[in-house]
Design a protein around this ligand. Structure first.
Ligand code: GAL
Length: 419
C-alpha cells in the first residue's frame, strides 16, 4: 500500500503543481474532473445531472467528465474502481458509501484526508455528527463529503393491484408474518406478490428481513460480532427470507432495481422492497404518492431507519485534484444538495436544507431520520466491509438459485461475517 500511495502521488504531481507532502495539498488540473459513480441511467442519472447543473454554474471553467458505470448499488462499478485504483489510474473523485465501505478505501490508503476542505468550504457544522463519524478516522481526519442520505427499508406498493386482488391497500402490517399472509393471497391470485431483481437487490431484501425479525439491536449485533449468525433467530429470519423469495418473479436474476421497481409502477407486481431511490422512479413517471403508489417501512421495521449515505472522495493520485476539490465543493454546497436530492429521492446530508423544498415522501424520510433508530445498511456499504458484502452476496445468490440449502446458507453467511 505504501508503494501505491507513493506512485499515486507521483502521478498527481505530474498532473499539475502538486507539492507532494501528504498529498492532500496536491493541486493542479483545474480544467476538468472525472466523476466516477454508478448513476448511469434513469432517475439516478437525473440526480447526477441535477448536481452537474449546479457544478456548471459554480465552476463554469471546469469540464465535467462522466465516469459512470452502470449497475445498481455499484454492483459493477466497485470492482472496476478497485482495478483502476490498484493500477494507479484513479478517477478524480468517486462515489463511496459512508461507513465500512469508506473505511476500506481509507485502510488501503486510496483516498486523501479532506478535513481541510471542511474548513475551506465551511462544512464543519452542516452535517450530522453521526454521519461525519462514519466518514472519519479516530484521529479526526475526514475522508469524504456526503451528498445525501437514503433509507433502504422501504416497501413500495401498487394500491390498484392490491385492491383488484382482495388486499386492503390501507392495511398496515406489524410484522413479516402478517404481511406474508397477504403475499400468499396475492400469490394464489396469480400475481407477482413481491418483485425483486438481481443478487444485490436480494441482499437488500435480506437485510430488511434480518432487521424485521431480529430488531434493531440484534441486527446491529450482526456487524460487531454480538449476534450469533449461527443461532435460531437468524435461522428463523432466513426461513422468512426463503418464504418471501418464493413470492417473487422468476426472471429476477436478469433485472436490476429499475426493472424490479417498474413492475410495481406498471402494476405487474404488488410490492417491491427497495431503498428510497425508488421514489425518484415513481415521481419521474408522474406517479402520485397515496394514489398511484404507497411507501412504508418494511413490516416489522417501523421506527427504524436502515441508513446509507453516498459521499465523494479525493483519491490518492487524482489527476485533476483541483477539479475534484471543485466537485467536492458543489457536493457539499446547499444548492448542490437541494438540486441533487430533489431529483434523487434521497434527503440532504446537510441539516440546513428546508424540508419544504422536498416531496411528501422525502419529508417523511427527513422526519424518520431525525426520530427513528438508525441502523447501517449491509447492501449499501454502511454495515460491513466490501469483502464481507461480496461473500454474503455470493452465498445469497447460491441460495436463491437453489445451489445451497438453508443450513448451508446460514453457515456460509456466518463464515462471511467473520471475514
Ligand atoms: C446505492 C446508492 C444509491 C443508489 C442505489 C441504487 O448503493 O447509495 O445512491 O444509487 O445504490 O443504485
Amino acid at each position: 500500500m505504501a508503494t501505491a500511495a507513493v506512485l499515486g502521488l507521483t502521478l498527481a504531481a505530474c498532473g499539475g503543481s502538486g507539492d507532494g507532502g501528504d498529498g492532500s495539498s496536491a493541486s493542479g488540473g483545474a480544467d476538468q474532473v472525472e466523476v466516477f459513480t454508478w448513476w448511469a441511467a434513469g432517475s439516478e442519472k437525473a440526480g447526477l445531472d441535477a448536481l452537474v447543473g449546479v457544478f456548471n454554474e459554480q465552476h463554469p471553467d471546469i469540464e465535467f467528465v462522466n465516469g459512470a458505470v452502470a449497475g445498481g448499488a455499484g454492483s459493477a462499478a466497485k470492482d472496476l474502481l478497485q482495478t483502476r485504483l490498484q493500477a494507479q489510474d484513479p478517477p478524480d473523485t468517486f462515489q463511496a458509501h459512508a461507513g465500512a465501505e469508506l473505511q476500506d478505501y481509507i485502510d488501503a490508503a486510496q483516498i486523501e484526508d479532506v478535513s481541510n476542505l471542511y474548513d475551506e468550504f465551511g462544512l464543519t457544522d452542516v452535517f450530522p455528527a453521526d454521519l461525519v463519524d462514519r466518514l472519519s478516522t479516530d484521529d479526526g481526519k475526514i475522508y469524504s463529503i456526503p451528498s445525501n442520505i437514503h433509507r433502504a427499508n422501504v416497501v413500495w406498493a401498487n394500491p390498484t393491484v392490491l385492491e383488484d386482488n382482495g388486499v386492503d391497500p390501507e392495511a398496515t402490517y406489524d410484522d413479516l408474518d402478517a404481511w406474508m399472509a397477504d403475499l400468499e393471497k396475492l400469490d394464489k391470485a396469480g400475481v407477482t406478490a413481491l418483485s425483486v431483481g438481481t443478487t444485490w437487490t436480494q441482499v437488500n431484501l435480506l437485510e430488511t428481513v434480518l432487521l424485521a425479525d431480529l430488531g434493531a439491536e440484534a441486527y446491529s449485533g450482526l456487524w460487531d460480532g454480538s449476534t450469533d449468525w449461527n443461532g435460531p433467530e437468524v435461522k428463523a429470519a432466513l426461513e422468512d427470507f426463503e418464504t418471501l423469495m418464493s413470492y417473487t418473479n422468476d426472471d429476477r436474476d436478469g433485472l436490476d432495481w429499475p426493472e424490479a421497481t417498474q413492475m410495481v409502477i406498471d402494476g405487474t407486481a404488488a410490492f417491491n422492497v427497495m431503498g428510497d431511490w425508488a421514489v425518484a422512479a415513481f415521481e419521474e413517471q408522474d406517479k402520485v404518492l397515496g394514489t398511484d403508489f404507497t411507501a412504508a417501512p418494511v413490516p416489522g421495521t417501523d421506527g427504524v431507519f436502515d441508513f446509507l449515505a453516498d459521499s465523494f472522495t479525493l483519491p490518492v493520485g487524482a489527476p485533476h485534484p483541483d477539479g475534484a476539490k471543485a466537485w467536492l465543493e458543489t457536493v457539499g454546497s446547499l444548492d448542490g444538495q437541494v438540486a441533487f436530492n430533489k431529483a434523487k429521492g434521497s434527503i440532504p446530508a446537510r441539516t440546513d436544507a428546508d424540508p419544504a423544498d422536498f416531496s411528501e415522501y422525502q419529508q417523511t424520510a427527513i422526519e424518520s431520520f431525525s426520530n427513528d433508530t438508525i441502523v447501517s445498511s449491509l447492501a449499501h456499504g454502511a454495515a460491513a466491509p466490501v469483502a464481507t458484502l461480496n461473500a454474503i452476496s455470493d452465498a445469497t445468490s447460491k441460495f436463491t438459485t437453489g445451489a445451497s440449502d438453508l443450513a448451508g446458507y446460514q453457515s456460509e453467511l456466518a463464515a462471511a461475517a467473520q471475514g
